[in-house]
Design a protein around this ligand. Sequence first.
Ligand code: ZN
Length: 465
Amino acid sequence: MLRRASLVAALPFLMLWGVTPHAQSPHAARDGEHGAWIDRYREPAARLIGEAVGSPFAWQRLAVLTDTVGNRLSGSPALDRAIQWAVGEMKRDGLENVHTERVMVPRWVRGAESAEILTPVSQTLTMLGLGDSVSTPVEGVRADLLVVHSFEELDTKASLARGRIVLFNVPFTTYGETVRFRSNGPSRAARHGAVAALVRAVGPPGLRTAHTGALQYSSDAPKIPAAALATEDTDRLQRMVDRGEHVTLRLRMEAHFEPDAESANVVGEIRGRERPEEIVVVSGHLDSWDVGAGATDDGGGCIVTWEALRLMRKLNLRPRRTVRVVLWTNEENGGRGGQAYRDQHRAELGRHVLMLESDGGVFRPFGFGFTGSDSARDTVRTIATLLSGIGADQITVGGGGADIGPSVQEAHIPAMSLDVDGSKYFLIHHTPADTIDKIDPVEMAKCAAAVAVMAYVVADLPERL
Ligand SMILES: [Zn+2]
């Protein structure tokens, strides 16, 4: 692994390194060369990597987005500003066919909100309403607390839930394991007559930050207001209950939906020199939650995938096929951007060679997750050897993303996600702490380099993946 200080010094090495295992591929056989097809990509890959890691351009562009626009919830004026900004900047980069594609998105507005302990002591709690939650009455919901630690425990204590505020206190293990309490907990509690739901923040203990995120109301349960509490506040309530104290809480939320708003996916391209109708998509989502600055989720993913095209343009690298960057709208609370793309591009989905999404942060890159045929995986593995110098050469099983998902599923398109060191991701995910200072410029540059090389080579291969 190259360290930050040694990175620039190592560039001549990156330019020269040529000893990587040659893999066989169908293309190699057709080329009449045995495994040498990758060799012709060493020089452009080294240039792309050198250009990416040679400057903090990507980080600085993300800083402009997050400092001047900030967070960007669907339907907000801030997201509109980000969309207009991205269009202008893509044009300035010299990208081709830069345009927006209209998408109607839900507009959820948080409004003022608070949670407090009323008895045995009056204290405020660190909270964030869950996305898509309904409001409380103006005077708030005031009720006794019931703490549970699983859905099973909730079901066994069903009779106790009636008229109470139910708190799901489930410590973070993995996102998949614990996010279900945020998504489904409110309706599970409402089915038993709870008047509001609280959930322990879905993330490791941080510095008293609550994590928002969307809930999903079931159609067979009343809609009750719901919020996340910081882990510290959850632990405190647990201790109070454990001591047998009678805990009463009040939750106040103004959350509500306004009419759907017009939004857009932003698209830019490097048109292919031989087969422009065949497309490699790289992407991130431009919308974010309405707290923090949407730096890691997912401003960084937008910028590093967009960088792939900027770098190609800057270096005059025009691959055989078209490389298209898409900055999605409405990933966080609706997925309408990804659905709209599938619908608007249905006629050309069959000509999509690969779709890549970066939505796991832009920390130190390891490589890519990939879903596709075995032969495509072999090819992608060989391409990834070009990234060993920046430590991004692993190809793991399973790639995709929420926004590319609808198109990928409909047309069985090979799918890829950028794999990075995720150890910090869920600490700041959907919190006020999702700001650019958590992102290292060199790690981010390596993410851009990895995406650029992968996208360029896949788009340029003699035969499609
Ligand atoms: Zn995201």
